[in-house]
Every structure is written in C-alpha cells, then in structure tokens.
Design a protein around this ligand. Sequence first.
Ligand SMILES: [Zn+2]
Length: 441
Amino acid sequence: MPLVQIVGSTATNHTFYIGGAFIQRENKATFAWLFEGVKDILYRRRIPLPRVIITDRDIAQINALKEVLPTARRILCLWHINKAIEAQFKRYFKDLISGPDLEQGRQMLNEEWDTFNTLWRTVYRASEPTTAFFAWARLQATYENNPYIGPMCRYLRIQWYPFKEAFFYCYTKQYLHFGNSVTSRLEGMHSVLKKALGGCQNDLPGVIQRLEGLLEAQEHKIKARISREKMLRWPQFPGYLWSTIQGKVSQFALQTVLDECHALKLDVGSPGAPEGLFRPHEWLLGHARPCSGAWQTSWGLPCPHSIARLILHGGQLQIEHFNIHWALDQRLNTPPTTADIARDPEVLPRHRHARANNERIPSDFELAEEELVLLARQAIEQASQAQEPEVQEEEGPPEGPPEEAPEAQEAPQTGLRRLLQEPPRRPGRSLYPGQFVFRLT
Ligand SMILES: [Zn+2]
C-alpha cells in the first residue's frame, strides 16, 4: 500500500515531515481526499494554505490539487522532468548503443545528449518568455529533420511543452517558492522515513507509533537548531548593515542574500568575499543589472539592489525586509512586508448572488471557515438522512438555517451539532476543537 509523504521546509532550510497517508489507489479521488485532510488541519491550526506546491507530473495529483487547492501555484519538479527526458533520449538511441560498436555508440550518445541538453537548458532556463520561445524554436529547427533526435522534439512538444508554465524559469521565478524547484527534499526524507519505520513489515498501530516518534524527534531537532541560531553571530555578516538582523532570521537566509550579492558582483563588506566586486555606489551606477524584482519575489529575501540602496542610505537590514518564512521566531508580530505582499493576483470568480456593496469583503480565512461550516452542515444532513429517517419528515424548509430546524435542537449534541448551534465566534477563539472531525471515511 503506497505511503504518500508531504514535507515542508523550515526557516533554517531544513526539511520536515508534515504528514503522510496510506492510500489504496493513486487516483484523483484519493489524492483529493488526502489534500482535503491536509487543508482541514491547516484551517484548524490557522496556518495559511500553501501558495506553491511542487510535485512530479502525476496527472492524478495535479487534477486533485486543481480541485482542492485551486489558488496554489503548481511547480513540476525539474529534476524528474530532466530525468524523464534523458531516459527518452536514450530510448531513441538504444539501437546505436546496443550494436556491435558499443563503445563508439555510447560515446556518440553522450556527445549528442550533451549538445541536445545544452539547447534544451537554454529553453527552460530563459529569463523571459520571449527568450524561451526563441530558444524553443531554435531547438526545433536544429533537430526537426534529424532521424534520431527528431522524435525527441515531438516528445518534448507533446509531453512537456504544454506544462511550460509549471517549470520554465521565466514563469516559476514569479512565484514565492523560497528557492524550491525540485522535489529533492522529498527524496531525502524517504530514507529518514524508511529508517524510522524500520522496514515495511509492520502493523498499522506500530507504524503510527513509529511515526509519532519521528515527529517528536523532528520537533526537538528543529527547536534546538532555531534556539542555537538565535544566539549565534556569524563572522561573514559584520558591520552595521547586518547587526540587528542576526539572530532574527536564519543564517541560511542571510547567506543566500550574501551569495546573491557576490554572484552579481556587489561588495557588501563581507570578509573572504571573492575578487572583482564593486562597492555599492559604483555597482549601482555602472555594474548593476536592472532589477526585475523576480529574485526577491521568489525567495522572499531582499535582493542586491535593495541591499546596495540600504547601504548607501546608511540603513540596516530589518525583519520587515524578509518574508516571515525566514524568521526564527514565527510568532513575531511583524507588519506585512514587501515580500509578503508580492504574490500573484487572484482572479475571483463572479458570483451570481454578489454581496451588497456596503458589506465587508470577508478575509480568506473567513471564507474558508464558511466553507467548512457548509461542509459540516452537509455532513449533518447526510448523517440525519441516513440515521434518522423518521426525523426527516419533520424537517423545516430546506433553505432555513439548520439551527431553526426541529431535528437540530432535539438531536444529541455531537461536535458537529454544537458547532452549528454555537453563537458567533469571538476573535481569537478557535472555531474547531481538536475532537471535531467532519470527514468520515
Ligand atoms: Zn533586485
């Protein structure tokens, strides 16, 4: 029975295990059930829904995600894509490498693959859609009439090009993905999980017990790392610019900013910096590339342009310059930052019964809660129909609110019924107690 894993990353860029599920079938309905379960936990814990989800090209998973988390951007794992393309390339060449001149065939295969892969890389790594399009046209023109590689163009055109927005850099750089474009975190967790489970011969209570042990150990480890980072001061971030931010965001976040500055030849006064860097004023005046904002958007970190301007104005890096993801204390009551606000515009569907103009537009989490209450009501109605057929006859009009229906008052006070009869919520009070489960499978 497959065990699906879901992982996330911490501020220190370590992978953690969010959860998993044994599933019977790997189809859309099962994945939708799984994602609904995750969504339910996030709602109850008041954790924002994921904005970006990385998967391999499993159509069942993608379709389930479209349905359950329609606003989350889906990124396809680039590593899996390139592995699939390489395997297909070798398949077309199998006659060459299995012929009598085995060595010669292999050498030819490697050379052809390198050339082809270089051209393909210019397509998916292009920084703008138009550049990607021209690179794609060049690849097609180069190989279209090639008897061996021609079919590869057709394969790419049918299998991968339609999904370009989910893995071409020019598109994915617009999403806040904290530098994740592959599912290697997940692959890394496979071995951790296997070790924790001690093999695949165990009963369900045994597996759950071991998973609980894994989660507990993981929590201790994450907390220990974060406490350590809060106290440490790193020598590569000296001076006024970095002095207040150390201990507030992770060292990984600061190092990523520093590496990006060095990659773009900006000298921020770090000891051991590579040669050939420029001080902020000369960098901004003559050596900086125009800022597209993409790096800042996708990483949730201040880009070299912001850093250079900050230095020139005698400023310091503050927690507000970083997405909350990188904060060591996630409970910090920080105002929304540029990086937080940098998100893709959401196109809301036009409702038939639009809210009145003077009515407040509900927040995302309120809409989500309304949706949960609706689901809970539906579940109660279904349960009432199944278990209490005699009460069904006494039901009020179907449009009436459930609390006015006679059966809702007479029925036993289950968690669901309590939820629906509760007075309006007070701010800060959890709507969903731990024992409330509306999904019965
Ligand atoms: Zn920039």
